[in-house]
Write a protein that binds this ligand. Sequence first.
Ligand code: NAP
Length: 127
Amino acid sequence: MSEFLPKVSVKPVLVQNEIHPYYQDTEVIDFIHGNGIVVQAWYPLGGRGYQKELLNDPVLADIAKKHGKTIVQVILRWHLQRNVVAIPGSSNQAHIAENHDIFDFELSAEDMGRIASLNRDEKHDWY
Ligand SMILES: NC(=O)c1ccc[n+]([C@@H]2O[C@H](COP(=O)([O-])OP(=O)(O)OC[C@H]3O[C@@H](n4cnc5c(N)ncnc54)[C@H](OP(=O)(O)O)[C@@H]3O)[C@@H](O)[C@H]2O)c1
């Protein structure tokens, strides 16, 4: 991006990159946001086939319990509070409703810090 952006007259509006609590990519997000570009999460819930551990993570479970929410709702709220667009994939009607129900609670700075500590730079896919 640092080589590409100076060469173009029309900036990309949005960049999609793998982002979930085990692969947070914070520096990249800050860089892209700093250039006025929207960031969207690719694999916002860890991605199909890679979710068993993430969706049972004890830290996320503890935060979810505190807020009376599910782990998935905590992850989606975390994306929202980092200004990252998240469009989770689902073919399950109950999951889709659950995934929309994230606007009545807020993660505290402490919650956000605990989730930040889960980063392991664990990328689940390459393209
Ligand atoms: N650019 C690319 O090449 C590319 C490639 C892959 C993905 N993406 C992007 O990433 C996003 C989605 O990717 P993805 O669907 O592969 O990964 P994902 O959103 O990280 O995970 C989808 C999985 O999460 C499950 N899920 C969704 N809501 C749930 C809930 N409330 N509780 C439990 N499980 C839940 C789904 O199962 P159910 O169906 O059972 O709910 C599905 O198996 C899209 O925005 C897409 O554009 C982009």
